[in-house]
Design a protein around this ligand. Structure first.
Ligand SMILES: Cc1cc2nc3c(=O)[nH]c(=O)nc-3n(C[C@H](O)[C@H](O)[C@H](O)COP(=O)(O)O)c2cc1C
Length: 301
């Protein structure tokens, strides 16, 4: 009998559904004991979000400052897991505060030590640098990253900004104004996510998780857009400046978060289309570098 721990945190339920669908083949196997663990905050974030709380989460998300969580049960802590499925969402190009806080906890150090891990993200579309940050946290916990599944909203970048913001502020996954597509990861991708579970389960049963990522990529677990990688990298540099600046403004934090909100609108609607045009122009000259980069982000090294 092998023990598998499924860790998740989810506000809308999207990531929880993904986590449970990927875990289905494990639950159907007589050889596996599955334990679900939902990360719970001492002081939960609101859902739906209001504007103030949404932007207030920016500095701590990006600077990866941990916050208090409810403790993990002794029952879970004393179990030696053969595999951890770590489901996470991205907040401000970083692991969400609950996930970051958990990965920085003493309990995570115990659970992840020498344990194979498959990361699973459900984000808008910009998860590349967040996954790099997750890799660092996993390494610090002495975990062994074996696979990665990145589920995203597949509509255009700017459309998904509109639909996800509307979803986060209303709390309802609906077609905004009746004309926009549904926000988030598509229903089809969520329902079909059990196919990833089947491949991961086979690797675990056969004690062969080393070649797992190649098999996951072959069934579309990770799709890379070189344009989105470029935006993610550029935005990380800019967020680094903003987050440190705002975090040091104890008395005028609220004002600066409002200014950051305006800046973000400008960056999304003006700067990101410029990055797109520059990216298209430079694409033929950077082809080999981009190819290497795409290969890297599909992997788990
Ligand atoms: C505060 C906040 C910031 C977010 N930032 C990003 C981001 O930088 N990149 C991204 O792809 N998605 C981002 N998202 C979307 C989330 O990754 C996720 O898809 C969404 O919150 C649904 O997750 P849930 O299962 O917790 O409801 C953000 C969401 C929130 C609430």
């Amino acid at each position: 009998m092998k023990n598998v721990l499924v860790i998740f945190y989810s506000q809308s339920g999207q990531l929880e559904t993904i986590a449970r669908n990927i875990a289905k083949p494990f639950l159907n196997s007589k050889e596996i004991n599955v334990v679900f663990y939902e990360i719970q905050m001492e002081k939960p974030f609101p859902f739906p979000w209001n504007k103030e709380a949404f932007f207030d989460a920016f500095p701590e998300s990006f600077l990866q400052i941990p916050t208090a969580l409810k403790p993990v049960s002794a029952e879970i802590l004393k179990t030696k897991f053969d595999l951890i499925l770590l489901n996470y969402q991205v907040w401000y190009l970083s692991p969400s505060i609950p996930i970051n806080s958990f990965l920085k906890s003493l309990e995570a150090k115990i659970l992840f030590n020498s344990t194979p891990v498959v990361t699973i993200s459900g984000s808008r579309n910009m998860w590349f640098m967040a996954q790099e940050k997750i890799k660092v946290l996993l390494k610090k916990n002495n975990a062994k990253l074996k696979g990665n599944v990145a589920l995203v909203d597949r509509v255009g970048n700017l459309i998904s900004v509109i639909t996800i913001v509307e979803w986060m502020f209303s709390g309802v996954k609906k077609k905004y104004l009746g004309i926009f597509p549904l926000p988030g990861v598509s229903e089809k991708d969520i329902i079909e996510a059990d196919k990833f579970g089947e491949v991961i389960l086979l690797g675990l049963i056969e004690n062969n998780l080393d070649g797992l990522q190649k098999k996951l990529v072959a069934i579309d677990a990770v799709k890379i857009s070189s344009y989105l990688v470029a935006v993610d990298k550029t935005a990380n540099k800019i967020f680094d400046k903003w987050s440190n600046f705002i975090n040091n403004r104890k008395h005028s934090r609220k004002l600066w978060l409002k200014i950051f909100n305006l800046y973000l609108l400008l960056a999304i609607w003006l700067i990101s289309p410029i990055v797109y045009i520059v990216h298209i122009i430079l694409f033929p000259f950077k082809f080999s570098k981009i190819n290497k980069e795409m290969h890297y982000y599909q992997g788990v090294k």
